[in-house]
Ligand binder design. Structure first.
Ligand SMILES: C[S@@+](CC[C@H](N)C(=O)[O-])C[C@H]1O[C@@H](n2cnc3c(N)ncnc32)[C@H](O)[C@@H]1O
Length: 221
């Protein structure tokens, strides 16, 4: 769990630092309230301190909020307790090895995290495994590779700040990664900000469904 150490160290300051990048968070909240409305079981991946967890809890029946960093999950749990919300469980979990049965969630929500993961494709394949056949992936993702200026800014930030983008996505490369990981992209909308966000919604592809029916219950590595 190497990735957890960096984020553990950031957890206490995260809510302050993220304000610099969070211009489009209100637009994400509006959209997720529609996309996840009425979903019975939502798995939130890389939930951090819970920037979106309570928004999901308002519209879904049950939320399992997860993150690789125990310190992030501690802070998220405090926020959930303070809000006196009863339909959220918080668990430390790696996106690469989800502790969940195949097909056990109606939606997976993963905000602003695919770009910081060292192996986003592994994570996406896990999302496809745990989603029900008619399940929905909602993955708003920072696009650090949308143009030359943003690429340069992203490279500079990775030297001077702990926010390192392992993948500098454009909308096209984000869509392509999601599609080759077992999904069909339904839509991807760019939300403006210092780095724009690709608000991506996808469904599990038929091909992936067939692979799941034959494949092992859990990835082998
Ligand atoms: C930029 S923060 C996003 C947090 C929150 N979703 C938000 O939008 O404010 C990225 C989060 O991804 C988590 N993370 C990084 N790698 C991960 C992995 N492999 N599995 C699960 N979580 C991971 C970090 O611990 C961190 O909380």
């Amino acid at each position: 769990m190497n990735e957890s150490r960096t984020w553990d160290a950031l957890a206490r300051r995260y809510d302050t630092i993220v304000r610099v990048f969070a211009q489009s968070y209100p637009a994400i909240r509006e959209r997720l309230a529609q996309d996840l409305d009425g979903r019975a079981r939502v798995l939130e991946i890389a939930a951090g301190t819970g920037q979106f967890t309570l928004d999901i809890a308002r519209v879904a029946t049950r939320v399992v909020a997860t993150d690789i960093s125990p310190r992030m999950i501690e802070r998220l749990s405090v926020a959930v307790d303070e809000a006196d919300v009863e339909n959220v469980e918080a668990e430390t979990m790696s996106a690469y090895q989800l502790d969940a049965e195949r097909g056990s969630f109606d939606a997976v929500f993963c905000a602003n995290a695919l770009h910081v993961m060292e192996h986003p494709e592994r994570a996406l394949r896990e999302f496809a495994r745990v989603l029900a056949p008619d399940g929905l992936l909602v993955a708003p993702t920072f696009l650090h590779g949308v143009d030359g200026a943003r690429r340069a800014l992203s490279r500079a930030l990775s030297v001077v700040s702990p926010f390192v983008a392992h993948t500098r996505f454009s909308e096209g490369t984000l869509r392509a990664l999601v599609e080759r990981s077992g999904f069909m992209v339904e839509r991807c909308e760019q939300l403006p900000g210092l780095f724009p966000i690709g608000y991506l919604v996808a469904t599990v592809s038929v091909k992936q469904d067939q692979v799941r029916d034959r494949g092992p219950a859990r990835p082998q590595s």
